[in-house]
Design a protein around this ligand. Structure first.
Ligand SMILES: *Cc1c(COP(=O)(O)O)cnc(C)c1O
Length: 465
């Protein structure tokens, strides 16, 4: 499989780049995002056969065509086994039935209780493999407002030839999230509290990546959600859920921030999975919902909500979908993105393009009251505690089902114990941390406090070399 950039880069030889290079690059050199040159297609017979496979066996079938020839089947199998052995239940991503037309797809049984583990547990192994293969060392640098940091650290701790520096806003992540980052005891992990906000953390990361000399000298690399290697493993659970539900046509409802998870569903559909509709579920930060309803994709200020992992002003993976809906015309896409960068608003798409958008997606946004009401109703009606992100998803499902009788699978993206305040407010129940995680509460923390200054951050990283 070869990869191309949404903005036209096709590798130095014009033939596209391999999976490992696309993974190590993260962002393509022209500022675009990598996508496969073509999607593999799975036939109806393939899909029937997949329906009987375990999660790990299925992952091997889905992921192999995307990583070959850089990895062969045996190499991939070994990495998959290791990655998913860290999940607390053998089914990895189980379905929970709510009623005849509704299932929750639980994606939070990984080590940090968020769906990001599904990708990041595998990414650590892939990175390890790639670095040994290329005889390379990298410095992973990222910023987190809460969920990405623990999942990235948990996935990359102990990975040879890599160090991971994760910035988080001092005193502004939850107690559990901070503990998850600071108690690994791993020598290659550097959690850094920045004296500032999450925006400050992101700005610092950008500044360091923009310093070409520092970037090259340190081999800086990112593991944020624009990395294709993060989207790829997320395709697997769409196939898995479909097989478990007797292969009926399905709609999926996806709590959406940066559009990574929902794009993974779109890619699964491209590969032949019969997905009827992808339901985009936003909170008050509704840029994608506005786009689907009336073509308005424009930046607004971020609103802080009780579902913080989807509080975004732009959806960074949306460019991947635009590229597809624009017929993979990278010149037109580049113009569109330039115009968006200048004006904060996407030029309107054509009528046929918008028709295509609405054929693929439905979109709804849940406000704070609706999120709380959804958590409360699920507790009273089904005895289930939903985290606030999953509640955004289930709200969108219910809205969608007002006009169809479709079978809908709602992606449950975090364990309720990660957001105990929102859950308690709605239900008067305070969810307990699962046993496997309780030890971190008492474990000794190790982190560094750095000023909100690019110079000081660079010096800190250099001093750890
Ligand atoms: C990251 C995250 C999301 C959003 O995923 P995207 O791929 O950015 O759309 C949803 N829910 C939770 C709990 C998350 O951590």
């Amino acid at each position: 499989m070869r990869y191309i950039s949404t903005r036209g880069y096709m590798g130095d030889d014009g033939q596209g780049v391999g999976f490992i290079d696309a993974m190590l690059d993260g962002l393509a050199p022209d500022g675009g995002l990598y996508l496969p040159q073509t999607y593999p297609t799975f036939t109806a017979q393939d899909l029937d056969r997949f329906a009987n496979l375990s999660f790990v066996e299925l992952a091997e079938e889905i992921i192999l065509p995307f990583v070959a020839p850089d990895l062969n089947r045996e190499q991939l199998r070994a990495l998959l086994k290791k990655a998913y052995s860290t999940f607390s239940i053998p089914e990895i991503t189980p379905l929970k039935k709510l009623d005849e037309d509704n299932y929750l797809l639980e994606l939070f049984h990984g080590p940090t209780l968020a769906f990001k583990d599904v990708a990041l547990q595998l990414l650590g192994g892939l990175l390890d493999f790639a670095l040994a293969d290329k005889n390379k060392q990298v410095t992973v640098l990222g910023a987190t407002s809460g969920d990405t940091g623990p999942a990235a650290i948990e996935g990359l701790k102990g990975v040879n030839n890599s160090r991971i520096f994760m910035l988080f806003p001092h005193n502004r992540v939850s107690h559990v999230q901070r503990k998850q980052m600071t108690t690994t005891g791993a020598a290659n992990v550097y959690p850094i509290a920045i004296d500032g906000t999450f925006d400050d953390c992101q700005k610092l990361v950008k500044e360091l990546f923009n310093d070409k000399k520092f970037k090259e000298q340190q081999n800086l690399t990112a593991v944020n959600s624009i990395s294709w290697a993060r989207l790829l493993p997320q395709m697997v659970y769409y196939f898995h859920a479909w097989g478990r539900l007797n292969k009926k046509p399905l709609a999926f409802s996806v709590p959406t921030g940066n559009f990574g998870d929902v794009f993974a569903g779109f890619a699964a559909q491209k590969c032949g999975l019969p997905i009827e509709k992808l339901i985009i579920a936003n909170n008050d930060n509704d840029i994608v919902t506005r786009f689907v309803s009336n073509g308005d994709y424009s930046i607004k200020d971020v609103i802080a909500t009780q579902s913080p992992s989807i509080d975004i002003s732009i959806a960074s993976n949306f460019e991947r979908y635009l590229f597809e809906v624009m017929g993979r015309d990278s010149a037109a896409l580049r113009q569109t993105m330039d115009s968006f960068a200048n004006s904060g608003k996407l030029p309107t798409l054509s009528k046929p393009q918008m028709a295509q958008v609405r054929n693929t997606f439905a979109a709804f946004s849940a406000n704070e009251t609706e999120i709380t009401a959804t958590i409360k109703a699920a507790w009273q009606g089904h005895g289930i505690l939903l985290d606030p992100h999953t509640a955004v998803g289930l709200y969108a499902t219910r809205e969608y089902q007002k006009t169809t009788d479709a079978l809908v699978v709602t992606l449950a993206t975090a364990h309720p114990a990660k957001f105990p305040d929102a859950v308690e407010k709605a239900t008067n129940q305070r969810p307990d941390l699962p046993l496997e995680l309780r030890h971190i509460l008492a474990a000794t923390e190790d982190s560094s406090l750095v000023d909100n200054s690019a110079e000081q951050l660079k010096n800190f990283i250099l001093s750890q070399s």
